[in-house]
Unconditional design. Structure first.
Length: 132
């Protein structure tokens, strides 16, 4: 999953299989706000006997970069109602972060998170129909 800001709006990268799909306008800023405000609940080590749960193979890679280089890169995964992340740019640390569980509901676990919501039926301008 890779998103790009073209200056005017966010979109899927050209390499994405979803490059032709329009993104929901508020989802990317909403996600960035949630990630910025997320607190680390616990630091877990990757040593034997640690509490790091499996599941990272099904995780989502989040990369933040500017025009020149990667600034941050994390692998994020969930187990039940808990969210975990590993800093991929600091592999020597062997550290996993247990993040605030609210991210379970506010994280793009798949590309559908960014798709616009389907239009809902609007009520008739004449009001509800009454049958006699």
């Amino acid at each position: 999953l890779e998103l790009v800001n073209d200056g005017a709006k966010w979109k899927f990268s050209d390499q994405s299989p979803f490059s032709k799909v329009e993104l929901s306008s508020g989802k990317v800023p909403e996600l960035l706000d949630k990630l910025t405000g997320t607190r680390v609940q616990e630091f877990l080590t990757g040593k034997a006997g640690s509490k790091v749960p499996p599941g990272d193979r099904a995780g989502v890679k989040v990369t933040v970069h500017n025009d020149k280089a990667k600034i941050k890169e994390y692998l994020v995964w969930k187990v039940a109602d808990q969210v975990y992340a590993r800093d991929l740019l600091s592999p020597g640390r062997g550290e996993t972060l247990k993040l605030d569980g609210m991210l379970v509901k506010h994280f793009p676990w798949d590309d559908r998170y960014f798709h616009p919501a389907p239009p809902t039926a609007s009520p008739s301008p004449r009001g509800p129909e009454v049958s006699k």
